[in-house]
Design a protein around this ligand. Structure first.
Ligand SMILES: Cc1ncc(C[n+]2csc(CCOP(=O)(O)OP(=O)(O)O)c2C)c(N)n1
Ligand SMILES: [Mg+2]
Length: 899
C-alpha cells in the first residue's frame, strides 16, 4: 500500500488502507448521498456512524483539526467590498510610512528601537479592517468597535492615522520620543500617554486577549443590566501567534464560548515566528490553535492560502496537495519564504510527480509569489465578513502570514527580523520598488514619509471609508460629566463607631451593600469577587443583588431553601468569575474604563484574597493603571499576622510594597470603620466627580474588634496618610515621651504598647494612625522636588514633617507589612524613625504567636521604644534588658526574615 493511497485528508485517518476497493465503495456511496440528498443528510449519516462506533467500543482517534486549508472555500467567498487597486496603493503607502518611522527614528537616534516586521506581516489584516469592518465611535462618540491592536504593530496604526491627517508629520518624526516638544508618539498603545488615541494597552503580551474577552462579557453585562446596549459593538483582539504561549492569552477562551460571546473576534497573526525564532518549528501553530479553539467551542476560520493557490487546489484531483500542505512543518514553511521559488519547487512540490506537474507552468518567481492567506485581501475580507456575521459563539481567525513581509533580504521570514530597525539603501530601494512608492532615488536614503495630497484618490477613498464606518479608529473619548454621589448621611454611621467586635471586611460589605442600594449610584456599582464571597461574608449580596449569569439559573441550587442561596440571575449585579484573579481583574478594567469605552460610569469594587492580588495579577494592575481605570481594589484577609492559620502562601505582608510602585494608585491600610468610610467617600469623589484618573487599593482584614468613633478633625489626616489618634496618658508630663504609629489591625498593638509603656516603664507615648505611607511619601517627594528646583524660595514642608515639628522624640512605627512600607517616610524623619514589620515568609499560627514571631506585637513595640530611649540616654540599657525579660521575649529567638 503506497502512501498515495492513504486518504487525501489523512491528517485524520492516518493509517494504511487494507482494502482500497471497499474504501472506494463507501466513499462513492457517501458522495452520492451528498449529491442527491444534500449535506444535512450526509452529516446525519456521519453522526450515526460515529454513534455506532462508540456503541461498538471503537475508539476514534481524537482530532480537533480540519485539513490545512482555508475554512472558507473559494466557492463560498463573497464578492470583495471595495476597490482593490486603490486599497493596495493605500496599504503600500501605510507599509512604507510604518517602516520609515522606525528607520528614521533609529537613523537619528540609534537604539530607539521599534518594530517593522510585525506590522509588515499584519498590514492586510488591519487595512481590510480599516476599509470595511472596524466601526468608529459614531455620533454618540461611544459606539463602534473595540479594537485591541497588537502592541508591536503600532507603527502601522500610526502610519494609517498619518494618512487620515490625524497625526502630523512632526509627530511621526518623534516616534518613541515622547519628551520631544509637543509630545511624540508612544512606542506602544498606551492610553496613559496618548489619551485621545489609544484605548487598550496590549503590549504586555497575553493581556490584550484576556482583557478583550472580559470586555466582550462586560458589554453583555451592561446590556442585561439595562445600563447600555452595546449589542452591535464588536470586540476585536489582534494578537501574535507567539503571544498565544502566554497563559493569559488562551486561559479564558472557554469563558468566551460558554457565554456565547459572538460579539468577540480574535485575529491571530500566524506569521510562524516570534522574537527569537519559529513559534512551532516542529509543528504547526495554526493546527495547534485550531484544536484549542475548536475544543473550547469557538468558531474557527483558517485563512492559510491566498487566491493564487486556488487554481492549484482545484486542479489537484489526487488530494496530494492538501496532504502535502498538511504534513509540512512550520519550520519548513519559514524556510520556503527565505529560500525562494526554486527551493519550494524542489522541496514542496517535487515530493510527488503529480504536484510537480501542477506547477510546471509557473516560474520560480511565480512560485515564490504564491501568497499566504493573511496577505490576500479577498481571503481576509471573506473571513472578517464571516466572523462579523457569525452568531452563537466567538470567532477566531487564524491568518497565515510572513513575518517581515516585503522586507526581502532585509528580514522577510528570517529569525532576526523582529529586531530589524534599519534598512540599507539597497533594502530601501527593494522595498520602495516592491510597493511602488513615489520616492526618488535621491531621497531614498533618508526614507522620507510620503503622504498623497488630501484630494488624491487614495486619501479621498480612505476618508470616505472611515466616514461610512462611523469615524476614525483608534480613538479614545471620555465621559466628563460628574456623577451625582450619595448624600453624606450614608457615611455618618461609620463615624459613630461600632461597639461589637467586627472586622474591616464586615464593615466594607455593609458599606458596599449600602452603596448598591443607593438610588444615584447603586446600579453602577460592580462588585467583583473570584470565588471568595463566603470568605469575606458577602453571601448576603447573592440573594439581594444576584450573581450575573447570561442564562440565569437553569438548575435548582442545592441551597435554594436557605436565605442566602447561590442565586444566579440574568440581570445579576455581582460578577463572580470563579477562581480567576486574572479574569476578575479584567472585569475590573472593563468596568473601570466604561466611562471611556461606553461613556457611562461603572464603579467596580474588586475584592480578592490580598495575597492573590498584586503578586498574581500585578501586570494586569499595571495595565489597569495605563488604561486609566477607576475603581476600588480591595485586598481582603490582608496582613501577614492578621490572617492567622493560613501560612506562607496566604499571609500577605507585601501588597503595600507592590502597590507602592503603581503611579496613579492610592494605597490605604485602614484600621477602623471611619477610616475606611472616609477613604471610599473621597475615592468616589475624586474618581467620579472630579474625574481624576486614579484608582484605589485598600487592604481589609478579618480580625474582629470594636470600631471606635471618629476623633474630631481627622478626615484630612486620614486621606493624607497619618493623623494623631490619641494623646499621651494624662499626668505624665515629666516622663520620657515617644510617638507610636500603628496601621491596619496592628494599630491596636500600638495602643496596647502605649499602655504597657505607661504602666510598666513610665514612658508617655502618643499614638498615631498611619493609613497610607504611599500618600505620605508622594507628598514629601513633591515638596522635596519643588524645593530642589526653587532654591531661593521658602521651602515647602512635607506634611509628615509638619506633623512632628517642634519635638525630636523617637517615632516607632508598626504595621503588618514589610518594614519597607513605613520606611517610605524614614528619610524625612532622620535619626528618630524606627519601623517594625513582617519581613519574611508567613507561618500557620495564631495571631499572638505570629505577632511575637515577627516582632510586631505590643511587647515588641515596647522594647523597640525603650531601645530608642536608651540610645538617647533617657533610660539605662540594663533597663531594656530587664524589660525584654519581663515581657517574655527571647532575645535569641529566630529572625523571621531568615527562617
Ligand atoms: C509579556 C511579554 N513578554 C515579552 C515581550 C517581548 N516581546 C515583544 S514582541 C515579542 C515576540 C512576539 O511574537 P508574536 O506574538 O508572534 O508577534 P509577531 O511580532 O510575530 O506578530 C516578544 C517576546 C512582551 N512584549 N511581553
Ligand atoms: Mg508571530
Amino acid at each position: 500500500m503506497s502512501e498515495e493511497h492513504q486518504t487525501p485528508l489523512n491528517w485524520y485517518a492516518g493509517g494504511k488502507d487494507a482494502d482500497v476497493q471497499e474504501t472506494e465503495e463507501w466513499l462513492t456511496a457517501f458522495e452520492q448521498v451528498i449529491e442527491h440528498e444534500g449535506s444535512g443528510r450526509a452529516c446525519f449519516l456521519l453522526q450515526k456512524l460515529l454513534e455506532k462506533g462508540y456503541e461498538k467500543d471503537i475508539t476514534l482517534p481524537f482530532t480537533g483539526n480540519t485539513p490545512y486549508i482555508n475554512t472558507i472555500p473559494k466557492s463560498k467567498e463573497p464578492a470583495y467590498g471595495g476597490d482593490r487597486a486603490i486599497e493596495r496603493r493605500i496599504k503600500s503607502i501605510v507599509r512604507w510610512n510604518a517602516m520609515a518611522m522606525v528607520v528614521r527614528a533609529n537613523k537619528r537616534f540609534p537604539g530607539l528601537g521599534g518594530h517593522i516586521s510585525t506590522f509588515a506581516s499584519a498590514a492586510t489584516l488591519y487595512q481590510v479592517g480599516m476599509h470595511h469592518f472596524f466601526k468608529g465611535r459614531g455620533e454618540s462618540g461611544f459606539d463602534g468597535d473595540m479594537i485591541y491592536f497588537q502592541g508591536h504593530a503600532s507603527p502601522g496604526i500610526y502610519a494609517n492615522a498619518f494618512l487620515e491627517g490625524r497625526i502630523p508629520v512632526e509627530k511621526m518624526e518623534a516616534f518613541r520620543r515622547e519628551l520631544e516638544k509637543g509630545g511624540g508618539l508612544s512606542s506602544y498603545p498606551h492610553p496613559w500617554l496618548m489619551p485621545d488615541f489609544w484605548e487598550f494597552p496590549t503590549v504586555s503580551m497575553g493581556l490584550g486577549p484576556i482583557t478583550a474577552i472580559y470586555q466582550a462579557k462586560f458589554n453583555r453585562y451592561l446590556r442585561n443590566r439595562g445600563l447600555r446596549d452595546p449589542q452591535n459593538r464588536k470586540v476585536w483582539a489582534f494578537l501574535g501567534d507567539g503571544e498565544t504561549d502566554e497563559p493569559e492569552a488562551l486561559g479564558a477562551i472557554t469563558l468566551a464560548s460558554r457565554e456565547k460571546l459572538d460579539n468577540l473576534i480574535f485575529v491571530i497573526n500566524c506569521n510562524l515566528q516570534r522574537l527569537d525564532g519559529p513559534v512551532r518549528g516542529n509543528g504547526k501553530i495554526i493546527q495547534e490553535l485550531e484544536t484549542n479553539f475548536r475544543g473550547a467551542g469557538w468558531n474557527v476560520i483558517k485563512v492559510i492560502w491566498g487566491s493564487d493557490w486556488d487554481p492549484l487546489i482545484e486542479a489537484d484531483n489526487t488530494g496530494l496537495l492538501i496532504k502535502r500542505m498538511t504534513e509540512v512543518l512550520d519550520g519548513e514553511y519559514q524556510k520556503y519564504t527565505v529560500e525562494g521559488g526554486d527551493y519550494v519547487r524542489r522541496e514542496f512540490f517535487a515530493k510527488h510527480p503529480e504536484l510537480s506537474a501542477l506547477v510546471e507552468g509557473l516560474s520560480d518567481e511565480q512560485i515564490h509569489q504564491l501568497r499566504r492567506g493573511g496577505h490576500d485581501p479577498v481571503k481576509v475580507f471573506a473571513a472578517f465578513k464571516a466572523a462579523v456575521e457569525h452568531t452563537g459563539s466567538p470567532t477566531v481567525i487564524l491568518a497565515k502570514t510572513v513575518k517581515g513581509y516585503g522586507l526581502g533580504e532585509a528580514g522577510e521570514g528570517r529569525n532576526v527580523t523582529h529586531q530589524q530597525k534599519k534598512l540599507s539603501d539597497e533594502e530601501l530601494r527593494f522595498f520602495r520598488d516592491r510597493f511602488d512608492i513615489p520616492v526618488s532615488d535621491k531621497d531614498l536614503a533618508s526614507a522620507p514619509f510620503y503622504r498623497p495630497a488630501d484630494d488624491s484618490e487614495e486619501i479621498q477613498y480612505l476618508q470616505e471609508r472611515r466616514r461610512a464606518l462611523g469615524g476614525y479608529v483608534p480613538s479614545r473619548r471620555v465621559r466628563t460629566e460628574p456623577l451625582p454621589l450619595p448624600p453624606d448621611s450614608i457615611w455618618k454611621r461609620y463615624s459613630e463607631g461600632v461597639n461589637r467586635d467586627v472586622s474591616t471586611t464586615m464593615v466594607f460589605v455593609q458599606m458596599l451593600t449600602q452603596l448598591m442600594k443607593d438610588k444615584e449610584i447603586g446600579k453602577r456599582v460592580v462588585p467583583i469577587v473570584p470565588d471568595e464571597a463566603r470568605t469575606f461574608g458577602m453571601e448576603s449580596l447573592f440573594r439581594e443583588f444576584g450573581i450575573y449569569s447570561y442564562v440565569g439559573q437553569l438548575y435548582e441550587p442545592v441551597d435554594k431553601g436557605m436565605l442566602l442561596y447561590y442565586r444566579e440571575v440574568k440581570d445579576g449585579q455581582i460578577l463572580e468569575e470563579g477562581i480567576t484573579e486574572a479574569g476578575s481583574m479584567s472585569d475590573f478594567i472593563a468596568a473601570g474604563t466604561s466611562y471611556a469605552t461606553h461613556g457611562i460610569d461603572a464603579i467596580p469594587f474588586f475584592i480578592f484574597y490580598s495575597m492573590f492580588g498584586f503578586q498574581r495579577v500585578g501586570d494586569l494592575i499595571w495595565a489597569a493603571a495605563d488604561q486609566r481605570s477607576r475603581g476600588f481594589l480591595l485586598g481582603a484577609t490582608a496582613g501577614r499576622t492578621t490572617l492567622n492559620g493560613e501560612g506562607l502562601q496566604h499571609e500577605d505582608g507585601h501588597s503595600h510594597v507592590l502597590a507602592s510602585v503603581v503611579p496613579n494608585l492610592l494605597a490605604y491600610d485602614p484600621a477602623y470603620a471611619y477610616e475606611l468610610a472616609t477613604i471610599i467617600k473621597e475615592g468616589l469623589r475624586r474618581m467620579f466627580q472630579e474625574r481624576e484618573d486614579v484608582f484605589y487599593y485598600i487592604t481589609l482584614t478579618n480580625e474582629n474588634y470594636p470600631m471606635p468613633p471618629m476623633p474630631p478633625g481627622v478626615e484630612e489626616g486620614i486621606l493624607k496618610g497619618l493623623y494623631k489618634f490619641k494623646g499621651a496618658p494624662e499626668g505624665m508630663d515629666e516622663r520620657p515621651r515617644v510617638h507610636l504609629i500603628g496601621s491596619g489591625s496592628l494599630h491596636r498593638e500600638a495602643l496596647r504598647a502605649q499602655q504597657i509603656l505607661a504602666e510598666r516603664f513610665g514612658v508617655a507615648a502618643e499614638v498615631w494612625s498611619a493609613t497610607s505611607y504611599k500618600e505620605l511619601r508622594r507628598d514629601a517627594l513633591e515638596a522635596e522636588r519643588w524645593n530642589m528646583l526653587h532654591p531661593e524660595q521658602e521651602p515647602r514642608k512635607p506634611y509628615v514633617v509638619s506633623l512632628f515639628e517642634g519635638d525630636d522624640r523617637p517615632i516607632i512605627a508598626v504595621s503588618d507589612y514589610m518594614k519597607l512600607v513605613p520606611d517610605q517616610i524614614a528619610r524625612w524623619l532622620p535619626g528618630r524613625f524606627y519601623p517594625l514589620g513582617t519581613d519574611g515568609f508567613g507561618r500557620s499560627e495564631t495571631r499572638e504567636a505570629l505577632r511575637r514571631f515577627f516582632e510586631v506585637d505590643a511587647e515588641s513595640v515596647a522594647i523597640a521604644t525603650l531601645v530608642q530611649l536608651a540610645r538617647r540616654g533617657e533610660i539605662e540599657p540594663a533597663r531594656v534588658r530587664q524589660a525584654i525579660e519581663e515581657l517574655g521575649i527571647d532575645p535569641e529567638k529566630p529572625y523571621a526574615l531568615l527562617v
